[in-house]
Design a protein around this ligand. Structure first.
Ligand code: PEP
Ligand code: MN
Length: 271
């Protein structure tokens, strides 16, 4: 069982079909910030698959700072999301923003994402503990590591051991980047906990030109997976357009990450 404070026992391996997190191989998760339409999701999924991703991301429910911003396609997207996944043969991680979404969303996701704004939503975490799907728990943008680990405990105590911790940047005094990607904490988590650790350099920097170098640094820090936002035409994205990468940029990351992983004796997961 994953216990947040034990060290020296290796990582608790999380399995999703034939995909594993924490067993040594590095997983590239990629896709749009928001799923916008059937055509958009299919084009994005095919593009990231061709570029080297083995797992899809994409929100159907979005937690947006402004209620005026695009809130996601919601249940209207369920049927085509399932079709696209089947067509490309890739699993999906997608955000659950409210406990009432869990049962329906479970039909189309392979892993639940808890967003940074919901890390302290203990009712949501408890309910996810009662499910049998892995939970990618993003760090609250002002959360200490202790608070984050205690949030993970809510899921585990509910009976679900399959929690992955996702570092997505924290709020600091620095304003050149959207957030400050805390890779020191990634190394700490790998040394002192059993959780698989995922790094999100998209939200962690908010800047396309920084996503490649921080992806490579994340591999060096010991990340088990990277989660990266990609859009066929980044400037047209309905959310997080400023940080979305195009297919070519993502492909370069996949290539360079593979080189760094190999240098460190690791493999990148393929489909
Ligand atoms: C996202 O993954 O699109 C997202 C909203 O992330 P975060 O919760 O880390 O802001
Ligand atoms: Mn986003």
């Amino acid at each position: 069982m994953a216990s947040p404070q034990k060290s020296g026992f290796g990582t608790h391996v999380v399995k999703v079909g034939k995909h594993t997190f924490g067993a040594g191989r590095l997983t590239l998760i990629a896709g749009p910030c928001s799923i916008e339409s059937r055509e958009h999701f299919l084009e994005t999924a095919e593009g990231v698959k061709a570029a080297g991703a083995s797992f899809l991301r994409g929100g159907v429910y979005k937690m947006r700072t402004s209620p005026e911003s695009f809130q996601g396609v919601g249940p209207a997207g369920f049927s085509y999301v399932a079709e696209v996944k089947k067509q490309v043969g890739m699993p999906l991680v997608s955000e659950v923003t409210d406990p009432r979404q869990i049962s329906d969303l479970a039909n189309i996701v392979d892993m639940f994402q808890v967003g940074s704004r919901n890390m302290y939503n203990y009712e949501l975490l408890r309910e996810l503990g009662a499910t049998r799907k892995p939970v990618l728990l993003k760090r609250g943008f002002s959360a200490t590591v202790d608070e984050w680990l205690k949030a993970a405990d809510y899921v585990i105590k509910g009976g679900n051991d399959d929690v992955l911790l996702c570092e997505r940047g924290i709020r600091t005094f620095e304003s050149k980047t959207r957030n400050t990607l805390d890779l020191g904490t990634v190394a700490w988590l790998k040394a002192h906990t059993q959780f698989p650790v995922v790094v999100d350099p998209s939200h962690g920097t908010g800047r396309p030109e920084l996503i490649l170098p921080m992806s490579l640094a994340a591999v060096g820090a010991g990340a088990d997976a990277l989660i990266i936002e990609v859009h066929p035409r980044p400037s047209e994205a309905l959310s997080d357009a400023d940080q979305a990468l195009n297919f070519e940029q993502f492909e370069k990351i996949a290539r360079d990450v593979r080189k760094v992983a190999h240098a460190l004796g690791r493999e990148v997961e393929s489909l």
